[in-house]
Write a protein of this length. Structure first.
Length: 224
């Protein structure tokens, strides 16, 4: 089932931990549900997570996802930036999560992509693909930025686009301009926001019934 794979992709996109390194084989086994081609695309990243020094992995992760908006894993940064609309959008997204029995840890932002993928893992397959399709344009933007840097995490976004029924990153025109300079980062923060779930869909609009069991999402937080 692809739904199990959504949870495995969430783990793979989370901040690297000893637990992740110790369980790479289990993550890979869950990803087999995506098919041989998708698993093959993810093998280089899985091998790097398993074999690279943990501190190096964590440093690379912070450099990849915490430097600038273009590769941020907080989805609403691509939609609302720092505007006040982001707060209400967070509330609406939390309500969607609670409809399927998810309660986030107190410090976790609901628009963090691994948390969103955990949410998708609790939907039926058709609903999960539909919701993933709602954010495909954001996934393409993040994945394209990673592909420009030849970053192995780009493979995760290619797989997510495939699950959403969208074209792979290679089918999109990729601008090879360096987007890691301070000037490029500043320019990215000034870009117009994009749409996401119709600027946060109303609670319960995913069409799934509430679940009595509460799913606690445990996200590994980066040290500050």
């Amino acid at each position: 089932m692809a739904n199990v794979a959504y949870r495995a992709l969430a783990v793979l996109l989370d901040y690297p931990s000893e637990g992740l390194q110790a369980n790479v084989a289990e993550v890979a086994a869950a990803l087999e549900a995506l098919g041989a081609a998708n698993l093959r695309a993810l093998r280089p990243l899985l091998a790097e997570v398993a074999g690279r020094d943990l501190l190096d992995l964590q440093e690379r992760y912070v450099e990849t996802f915490d430097r600038g908006r273009r590769t941020s894993l907080n989805l609403f940064e691509h939609v609302h930036g720092d505007s006040r609309d982001r707060g209400q959008a967070m509330v609406d997204l939390l309500a969607m999560y609670r409809e399927v029995g998810i309660e986030l840890a107190a410090e976790q932002l609901p628009d963090y992509l691994p948390a969103f993928l955990e949410y998708l893992s609790l939907l039926d397959e058709a609903a999960a693909r539909e919701r993933l399709g709602d954010v495909a344009h954001i996934l393409q933007a993040i994945g394209g930025a990673l592909a420009r840097r030849a970053n192995p995490y780009a493979a995760v976004f290619d797989v997510l686009l495939a699950l959403a029924g969208e074209k792979p990153l290679a089918a999109h025109e990729i601008d090879h301009e360096d987007d890691t300079t301070f000037e490029a980062i500043d320019a990215a923060w000034k870009e117009e926001p994009v749409n996401f779930l119709d600027a946060a869909a109303p609670a319960g609009s995913c069409g799934t019934a509430p679940r009595p069991d509460v799913q606690k999402i445990q996200i590994h937080r980066r040290p500050r």
